[in-house]
Design a protein around this ligand. Structure first.
Ligand code: BTN
Length: 324
């Protein structure tokens, strides 16, 4: 670990308290000058560190910049290897490249900003700096293509649970993997997988999760304003929320992941499902049809009653759904 990381780690574990430069120098076995240089660099990188002549250094409780140390302190296991970036094109793209180069399962890429954030169906995902969570998790599960949807649906449960543990919001899942609070989308999930042609098994999956935590500093673009929202209304509410939510998503996901094929998360998925018993619009090949959502089956197909009374099952990917 570099001195900078060690200093940050020290300050993270004493967040809100002043620590003298000499105490840090002794504990980290470096010179006071090295501590001072590390603090300057961290301040330049945007960390809110107060420095007083006699008070030492203090990482403010409202520090808004993410750090690996600030996430790790809320993690329940050391399974994950987190890499944090200021700005990337897309965390999925970066992690896919790392996967191709042999990165191990559990590698996590997180960025403060994405310049080409990707959504489903080739759409883009708005990813402004410092107010959201943009993370991708590398998985190498023994799953067939038909079961790959379990990754995404389990992640939707993990995100919903993490939101509810850290806010007073109720989080609901819009089939198949968008997370909503107060009827607006706060999270999108995009899983990209590579398969081994010979065995048909999955070589790896990159699970990408984007969550709007605070309102974007320049507001949502016009076309998203009515549909998207953030979990918190104000950045001044910041109490490590991004770090806590990232860690909780990883904690809950890891709880289910080792036995993913048993779908132990399915009952919670159904309970959180915002479409069930609701009138909906089915949009398919440019045509819109009215229906009522009835159930989600064990393969995550949406069972619906169509206008003529017939009942049918829809697969994600072939239709999109809007609440009426
Ligand atoms: C969607 O709502 O259509 C899915 C959005 C997925 C966004 C996340 S943000 C982290 C990861 N990197 C990306 O480029 N996309 C996913």
């Amino acid at each position: 670990m570099s001195i900078e990381h060690e200093v940050l780690s020290f300050l993270e574990s004493n967040k809100g308290k002043s620590i003298s430069g000499s105490q840090m120098a002794v504990e980290l076995k470096v010179s006071r000058n090295a501590v001072w240089k590390a603090i300057k660099k961290l301040q330049e990188d945007g960390y809110s560190i107060e420095a007083g002549t006699n008070r030492g250094y203090c990482l403010r409780t409202d520090n808004a910049v993410l750090s690996v140390q600030g996430i790790k302190k809320y993690l329940k296991s050391d399974y994950f290897r987190i890499e944090l970036f200021k700005s990337v094109t897309s965390t999925n793209t970066v992690l896919k490249q790392m996967a191709e180069n042999g990165a191990p399962e559990g590698t996590v890429v997180i960025a403060e900003e994405q310049t080409m954030g990707k959504g489903r169906y080739g759409r883009s995902f708005y990813s402004p700096s410092n107010t959201g969570i943009y993370m991708s998790i590398l998985l190498r599960p023994k799953l067939s293509a038909t079961h790959s949807l379990y990754i995404t649906t389990c992640a939707a449960v993990a995100v919903s649970s993490a939101i509810e543990s850290n806010s007073d919001k109720r989080a609901e899942i819009k089939w198949v993997n968008d997370v909503y609070c107060d009827n607006k989308k706060v999270c999108g999930i995009l899983t990209e997988a590579a398969f081994d042609i010979e065995s048909g098994g999955m070589s790896y999956a990159v699970l990408g999760i984007g969550i709007n935590i605070f309102p974007p500093r320049q507001d949502f673009p016009y076309e998203l304003k009515n549909a998207a929202d953030s979990i918190f209304k104000n950045e001044s509410e910041n109490e490590d929320f991004r770090g806590r939510i990232i860690a909780d998503v990883l904690n809950v996901f890891m709880h289910y992941y080792p036995t993913l094929e048993r779908k132990e998360f399915l009952s919670e998925y159904r309970e959180r499902s915002m479409l069930l018993s609701q009138p909906i619009y089915i949009i398919r090949n440019g045509y819109t049809e009215e229906a009522v959502a009835l159930d989600i089956d064990d393969a995550f197909q949406l069972e619906v009653r169509l206008g003529d009374g017939s009942i049918t099952k829809l697969s994600s990917g072939e239709v999109s759904i809007r609440k009426k």
